[in-house]
Write a protein that binds this ligand. Structure first.
Ligand code: SAM
Length: 243
């Protein structure tokens, strides 16, 4: 791994990125869900619905929802009755998720504090691995992708939902202006935390474009990789198989 990694527009030591990402999500945990609706005009719900339709979890399958945060992906999967483990490095995010699950009467999920780069699970135990809006926050992404492959069974599926690079010219300008100026202001107004939302925008800008990220997934050993851009690449679903 290189000596520095990106934390938003800054280049910092790997340990520092892990620590600062930890503070971002501890700071935003309580207002995370309301901010997602405010920032995306509710569209994150549709992207997540579409993502779970792609994953097609089946009853009894073991699914690891990595960087699962406050549970949005796991809650959507729960209706299809797989065995879902929600794992995240940040206990504050998981605690909000556990409370939300209780409020909604969603039972049967396992919650676990885990670093995606170094999972405590043995190899070959999951049928599917999902990660939504999580991978760009991970310090050593290639290592996390190798871990994803390790814990999957042969025939297991990898799915990643992440912001990407808008490729529609007119829309790109509007989106850039919106994310650069309005998102940090929304963060200040709703979450009283402009800096964390500035980091979120900057981390999206620095995330590798779709072909490069697909190459990283292949590099980790996944086969039959695919990318499905949504809204001109504003977000994308990447997938691959362990075979
Ligand atoms: N998946 C949820 C969703 O779609 O709403 C939460 C996404 S949230 C933007 C990103 C999550 O990634 C945070 O909960 C954060 O704690 C988690 N995260 C960051 N680095 C991680 C790591 N190394 N291992 C596991 N989770 C990590």
């Amino acid at each position: 791994m290189s000596e520095t990694v990106s934390f938003g527009y800054e280049d910092v030591a790997p340990d520092e990125k892990t620590r600062r990402v930890g503070s971002v999500f501890s700071n935003v945990a309580a207002s995370y869900d309301i901010m997602n609706d405010a920032m995306s005009g509710g569209m994150h719900r549709l992207w997540k619905d579409r993502f779970v339709r792609r994953v097609k979890p089946r009853p009894g399958e073991a699914v690891l929802d990595m960087a699962g945060g406050t549970g949005d992906i796991a809650f959507r999967m729960a209706a299809r009755r797989p065995e879902v483990t929600v794992a995240d490095i940040n206990q504050d995010m998981l605690d909000v998720g556990i409370e939300r699950a209780m409020e909604r009467g969603i039972t049967g999920l396992s919650w676990s504090c885990q670093n995606a780069e170094e999972l405590s699970y043995p190899g070959g135990v999951f049928d599917a691995y999902t990660i939504a809006f999580g991978i760009r926050n991970v310090t050593d992404i290639p290592r996390a992708l190798r871990e994803a492959r390790r814990v999957l069974k042969f025939g297991g599926r990898f799915f990643c939902l992440e912001f990407s690079t808008v490729e529609w010219p007119g829309f790109k300008d509007v989106y850039d202006a919106y994310s650069e100026h309005l998102v940090p202001r929304l963060g200040e107004m709703i979450a009283k935390d402009e800096a964390s939302y500035r980091y979120l925008v900057e981390s999206i800008r620095r995330f590798p474009p779709m072909p490069q990220f697909e190459g990283m997934i292949r590099e980790a050993g996944f086969a039959q990789t695919k990318v499905e851009p949504i809204m001109g690449g504003l977000v994308a679903i990447h997938s691959g198989w362990k075979i």
